[in-house]
Design a protein around this ligand. Structure first.
Ligand code: IPE
Ligand code: IPE
Ligand code: MG
Length: 244
């Protein structure tokens, strides 16, 4: 983005990306869907790097939903393999990520994932925990309803043990039990791939998010497309229920 324009904008603090359209991108080229996921992983790299350069505080990428287990076993297996390969490569290129100051976090129900993958996630998180640049949340086996349910369970458990009263339950205590605890709610949620829905992504956190839908398929999504989305976001009047 042009420096002058960039300086004049109040950027979103947190951007969510629903990385959709990988399969269609591959099919349109006569390729296997897995090729689309590989291309999508490259886009993830490009866009997360660009967000760090822009100085965005938090970004969340939706990589695999709790509903994506409904896909053919082969595709799920390919995706898990891809996550593994991507993270192993990221470890090898740690210097680059360190220079960008990424703090990496995984959001989702880790209990349902292969053990070696969880270990890789934890290593990745631990190695970047003290970084102060962009927080990159990667949502894997993530579902907004499951996330809220888990938060409610934690609260119920505290109430049961007498550590908390029913009257102490507030919106803040629910937010504190979510994977994104401590981070601002997403100001902007971008969904490429032509669908206009959230598909269970950050449903609590998105209460006042601005949405940006585009037909561009995720593997084709570029930093220039992100510029467009950000400029569009900056032109909106966010009232949060008030009169402004
Ligand atoms: C998004 O691309 C990646 C995941 C959901 C894992 P899709 O695989 O959903 O691509 P389309 O929507 O079928 O094109
Ligand atoms: C949303 O995409 C989930 C991810 C991008 C990880 P889907 O392709 O799974 O969403 P639906 O099925 O079109 O709603
Ligand atoms: Mg899809």
């Amino acid at each position: 983005m042009d420096e002058k324009i960039l300086k004049s904008l109040v950027l979103p603090r947190h951007i969510g990306f629903i990385m959709d359209g990988n399969g269609r991108w591959a099919t349109a080229r006569g390729l296997e869907r897995s090729e689309g996921h590989k291309a999508g992983a490259e886009t993830f790299r490009t866009i997360s790097t660009y967000c760090a350069k822009l100085g965005i505080e938090s970004v969340t990428f939706y990589a695999f939903s709790t509903e994506n287990w409904k896909r053919p076993k082969k595709e799920v297996g390919t995706l898990m393999k891809l996550f593994r390969a991507f993270l192993e490569e990221a470890q090898e290129r740690e210097g680059e990520n360190e220079a960008l100051g990424f703090r990496i976090k995984f959001a989702g129900d880790m209990t349902g994932l292969p053990k070696d993958l969880i270990r890789l996630f934890r290593t990745c998180e631990a190695r970047s925990a003290n970084k102060t640049g962009t927080t990159v949340n990667i949502a894997v086996n993530y579902g907004g309803r499951a996330e809220i349910t888990a938060a409610v369970r934690k609260i119920a458990e505290k109430v049961r043990k007498g550590e908390m009263g029913v009257d102490d339950i507030t919106e803040d205590t629910v937010s504190a039990g979510l994977y994104t605890a401590g981070q601002p709610d997403p100001d902007l949620i971008i969904r490429p791939g032509g669908e206009s829905r959230l598909s269970n992504f950050l449903i609590w956190q998105a209460a006042y998010s601005e949405f940006y839908f585009t037909d561009i398929l995720w593997p084709d999504f570029t930093p220039e497309d992100l510029d467009k989305a950000i400029i569009d976001f900056c032109s909106r009047n966010r009232r949060f229920g008030a009169v402004k």
